[in-house]
Design a protein around this ligand. Structure first.
Ligand SMILES: Nc1ncnc2c1ncn2[C@@H]1O[C@H](COP(=O)(O)OP(=O)(O)OP(=O)(O)O)[C@@H](O)[C@H]1O
Ligand SMILES: [Mg+2]
Length: 254
């Protein structure tokens, strides 16, 4: 795509650097300079052809549907540099033996977070759990498989009308597998972070997910099972938080 050079030109232009002399600020622009630079590198490294449409714009991240030159479609998640809260994120990094050896500062925490989500997606893939497949990452940008149609992303389970019993049973086994095979606790599991794609629940948004050896893992697991059972209970599914907790901690996954 020729826009790549246009993007690079914009980043390097005097206008851009003079008007915006603070790297972390976005002012009227959507992206700060470091993110624009990272986008430029991602476009190059992963052969992104074009950004098709925005999927989600939240407090901490932006997600786009992007097309690669090989015609495949991916989801591109861009963590916002300025709003990722240092103290909140540290709770999920410190104590996770996989990441707590890294030297983490306010300015690199977002990169560690992005890498953490990538690594967690890889663990889910290895454990054959339905989740986006990781494709690559660079700085604060993650590429993963896109779940949805050419027009719109798969719905969150909060927006479904039926099939809750069936989804709950599947999800129960995924949470078991996530804990016992991938060695992870999601730590932000809710009806918002599960998509319904090709008649299957898919677990998403695993940046904060921690190793089961994290000192807070049990607390996070209790919170997850409470959120999930509260939602499914409201939808008429017979379930309860302590039963789900015992199931996840038990040996049998049926
Ligand atoms: N791989 C994907 N394919 C399709 N849609 C996706 C994908 N990943 C995320 N989404 C959509 O984007 C939304 C936000 O993604 P995600 O939950 O990963 O980000 P977030 O960190 O929660 O963002 P926020 O700042 O909004 O809380 C999801 O609820 C989902 O609708
Ligand atoms: Mg989310």
């Amino acid at each position: 795509m020729n826009d790549k050079s246009a993007l690079k030109q914009l980043i390097e232009s005097d206008e851009f650097s003079n008007r915006l002399n603070l790297d972390r600020k976005t002012y009227g622009l959507v992206f700060d300079r470091r993110t624009l630079n990272a986008m430029y590198e991602v476009i190059k490294k992963y052969n992104v052809d074009y950004i098709d449409f925005p999927i989600s714009s939240g407090k901490e991240s932006l997600i786009f549907n992007v097309k690669l030159r090989d015609k495949s479609t991916k989801a591109m998640k861009i963590y916002k540099m300025s709003t990722l809260k240092f103290s909140n994120t540290m709770e999920y990094i410190k104590g996770d033996y996989r990441f707590d050896k890294e030297k983490i500062t306010r300015s690199n925490v977002v990169y560690v977070w992005t890498q953490k989500e990538y690594t967690n997606l890889q663990s889910l893939k290895n454990a054959a759990i339905h989740a986006p497949k990781p494709y690559g990452f660079y700085k604060n940008i993650l590429l993963m498989s896109y779940l949805g149609t050419s027009r719109s992303p798969a719905p969150q389970i909060k927006d479904l009308n039926d099939n809750f019993n069936e989804i709950y049973i599947k999800l129960r086994s995924y949470i078991w597998k996530m804990y016992n095979k991938a060695g992870l606790v999601h730590a932000d599991l809710s009806e918002y972070n599960i998509l319904y794609y090709r008649k299957e629940p898919y677990i998403i948004d695993v940046g904060q997910s921690v190793s089961t050896k994290h000192p807070m893992a049990d607390e996070f697991l209790k919170r997850d099972v409470t959120n999930i059972t509260t939602f499914f209970h409201k939808k008429g599914v017979e379930c309860d938080a302590s039963k789900l907790y015992d199931y996840v901690k038990g040996d049998i996954n049926d």
